[in-house]
Design a protein around this ligand. Sequence first.
Ligand SMILES: Nc1ncnc2c1ncn2[C@@H]1O[C@H](COP(=O)(O)OP(=O)(O)OP(=O)(O)O)[C@@H](O)[C@H]1O
Ligand SMILES: [Mg+2]
Length: 466
Amino acid sequence: MNQFRHPRLSVKLGLVVLAVVAGALGIVYAAVVPRLEARLVADRLDELAISAPAVASQFREADPFNYDARARQVQENLGARVTVIRSLGNDAYVPVADSNDIVAPGVLNDPVVRAAFESLEVERGQVDRDGDRAEVAVPFNPNMVVLLSASLRDTLASVRLVERTLILAGIAALLIAWFAGSLAALRLTHRIQRLEEAAGRIAAGDFEQEIVDPVEDEVGELARAFERMRLRLAHLDRARREFIANASHELRTPLFSLGGFLELMADEDVDPAVRKDFVEEMSSQVTRLTRLATDLLDLTRLDAGQLSVEQAEVDVAESARTVCEEFRARAEAGEHDLSADLDGPVLALADEQRVLQVARILVENATRHTPAGTSVVVSAGDRNGSVALSVTDDGPGVPESDQKHLFERFYRAEGGQASGSGLGLAIASELAGRMGGSIELESRPGETVFSLLLPAADDVFTSKRR
Ligand SMILES: Nc1ncnc2c1ncn2[C@@H]1O[C@H](COP(=O)(O)OP(=O)(O)OP(=O)(O)O)[C@@H](O)[C@H]1O
Ligand SMILES: [Mg+2]
């Protein structure tokens, strides 16, 4: 079906070009030919009319017996046939003299002669008698008229030549226009067809082939937009595959370990103390799995835009205090010195539950990825017009080369103290983004600060009030 649809478009475009050129040629023809003819005939008539009064006075003064000789003389000067006609009254006329000896047939019914006898003025006109003729009739006394009549054959032949040339040139122009129009249209439809094929490939999930159209026009623009779309989709597709591969890998590890413990526990001879250890280990693996499932769900919701984030006034200092309390026991168990450095309320425009979630991720990391004996301080305050919730530790820090990747999904710095899934900071940074903020990291050996930056509440309220 495609093969038929595309040529149809090119045929349509070719026909449009053809119609436009034909129309333009028609207008040129209609404007040139009749005007040229009228102009040339009027020029010939003017020539005769200008000499008419002088001719009339020559005949007025001439001897009637010499009219023939006079007529021949005038013909020689003017290049027009000269006939002298007398009116007999009652619309009857008789030729008196003619420069050609034989009076032309039909001269007695000539409308220009008749008009001149009626008006007794110089009359002019184009008459189709003995071929086309330009005629001027001039009365030189009440019943005598001199008729000057010039052939228009050459003039009209020139006009016909122009007409023929125009028609031939027109046909040639039409053929060229149709050919060129169809060619251009075919090229265009070919480019559109290539885009259609590319769209088909993308729809089928093939993002490999580059879409190139270097021409600087709308179709070229469309192709470049397609290319941007292809790259974006390819990136998303790669990210999706990586995500699924990483997620399955992360899920498999604890499941594998759980399977191993179950097998060992099936053995009835297991010592109760060892069995207790197994159960504890299994319980920690289940916790890890639950945590992983929650994180994956959060990320999926974030990707799908289904995670709602409220915008309300949140006391970030209060959130910091809460999280500190939550982690106190765990920090002590890990021999970490966890403390809060907080003054009065610090108000941000954010979602309280999400602020707590981010703070937990940061505090957990600071107590988990640092050696025993590290102190961790949670603080809240203003920073450059924003609100910052910071978690500072005096651990070994994050190597420079890892810092820019830390917020990627499943990324873990090498040689870390503990093994996580590498999702915590990715979720934290997305949540911060959703709340209109960000996560900042400053790290060197001995001091690492992760800060959640949020829009200050009074800032937003004052700007709204304004
Ligand atoms: N305070 C810190 N000091 C040193 N390294 C850190 C610190 N916080 C994070 N990291 C490094 O950043 C990595 C990524 O942290 P992230 O929270 O994203 O994942 P994770 O803690 O490994 O796993 P989980 O998904 O369970 O949180 C960690 O693996 C760790 O190597
Ligand atoms: Mg973490």
